[in-house]
Design a protein around this ligand. Structure first.
Ligand code: SF4
Length: 363
């Protein structure tokens, strides 16, 4: 049976033939299901089906199907044949808005490229729906051998004026769909590398412009390339909305860590977690599956087990187990289950699969 649901953020139309369409508050499509095929749109206006981006002809076909669905739904609504969960008049407005949309893919991409001076290469899996906000681009380290995201890209903090323009452009890019983003993510690789003198006015501006979000503000954090922060500094960041910090542990084996381009000294991570554990900010630690030679896997797991047991982590915290694409291990993905089983004995933190190769920044 055909039916539609509408709330302040989303319209979802379900059709009998196993197809469905989701629209944002601006009337732009976000996902479309047609039989076994499920299509999604990225914020840069690329259309994906599974792991494949649609070519121009497929995209035209998809847009024709979406237009048909919109028109069919509008006619059914006017004929009183479309059951609606929510306000039917709002639904009609949304459908008419979607049918009248007159934006080209090129226009949307230009705007996206103005907003994001660099692509969004990765987010932690629990933060995929965040809106990424950039106080800086690049990574102040950029040297990790396993990470292709930022090699050769300079770390560039934005000025407050640039950040203001960035927020203006973000508001234009998303329009009313911005309200549906229930979390914000400070990009790129290490926004917390900015000194608080520079970062705090940006966070105040962000809070002023976009308000507080239910899931708050998250960021990657590399203490080896960031100012040292006291508990009072973290509490100040917490008061400005910071709710989650993700650190790249990668391995608890110091020599392996050094060979990957990180410091062999874990004391900066220890100190950061000691302070963060006295706030309400939840922490995440990334741990690579498949780094180093395959025969070192058992000793890496033993070191990770001991190290995680020594940390002040709680059940809200997260360990991201991330299979390494360039691994020489036979199949690093298959290590996830045994590592999780073992690590569960050493930490109350949640153990989450974090695949680096499947991220798309969906609308
Ligand atoms: S610190 Fe993180 S983002 Fe930067 S190069 Fe290393 S892994 Fe990549």
């Amino acid at each position: 049976m055909i039916q539609a649901r509408i709330d302040e953020h989303t319209v979802k139309i379900e059709l009998t033939e196993g197809s469905s369409l989701r629209l944002d508050a601006e009337g732009r499509w976000g996902s479309y299901r047609r039989g076994p095929s499920f299509f999604r749109r990225t914020l840069r206006d690329e259309a994906w089906c599974g792991s494949r981006e649609l070519d121009a002809a497929e995209r035209r076909q998809l847009e024709a199907w979406i237009q048909e669905t919109l028109e069919h739904s509008r006619q059914a609504l006017l004929a009183g044949e479309l059951p609606v969960l929510g306000d039917a008049r709002d639904l009609l407005d949304s459908l008419e808005k979607a049918l009248a949309l007159d934006e080209s893919v090129a226009q949307r991409r230009d705007l996206f490229d103005q907003v994001y001076a660099e692509r969004i290469p990765i987010l932690p899996p629990d933060r995929y729906r965040d809106l990424v906000v950039l106080p800086a681009t690049g990574c102040p380290n950029g040297q990790c051998s396993f990470c292709a995201f930022y090699q050769g890209v300079d770390f560039r903090p934005f000025s407050l004026d640039e950040f203001t323009t960035h927020l203006d452009n973000l508001a234009r890019l998303l329009g009313r769909a911005l309200a549906a983003r229930d979390g914000l993510f400070l990009g790129s690789a290490n926004a917390l590398a900015l000194p608080d003198k520079k970062l705090l006015p940006m966070l105040e501006l962000l809070q002023d412009r976009f308000g507080s979000r239910p899931r708050g503000l998250a960021s990657f954090y590399d203490p080896e390339h960031a100012p040292k922060r006291s508990l009072a500094d973290w509490k100040t960041l917490e008061s400005l909305g910071l709710t989650q910090v993700v650190l790249g542990l990668e391995t608890a084996d110091p020599a392996l860590r050094q060979s990957l381009g990180k410091s062999p000294d874990l004391s900066l991570i220890d100190q950061s977690l000691a302070a963060l554990s006295q706030t309400h900010i939840r922490t995440g630690l990334t741990l690579l599956l498949g780094a180093g030679p395959a025969e070192s896997g058992d000793s890496q797991l033993a070191q990770a087990t001991d190290y995680l047991a020594s940390l002040p982590l709680g059940p809200r915290d997260l360990i991201y187990l991330s299979p390494l694409d360039s691994s020489t291990w036979p199949q690093p993905h298959t290590a996830f289950a045994p590592w999780r089983k073992q690590l569960r004995t050493s930490t109350p933190a949640q153990l989450v699969h974090y695949s680096m190769d499947r991220f798309h920044y969906y609308a």
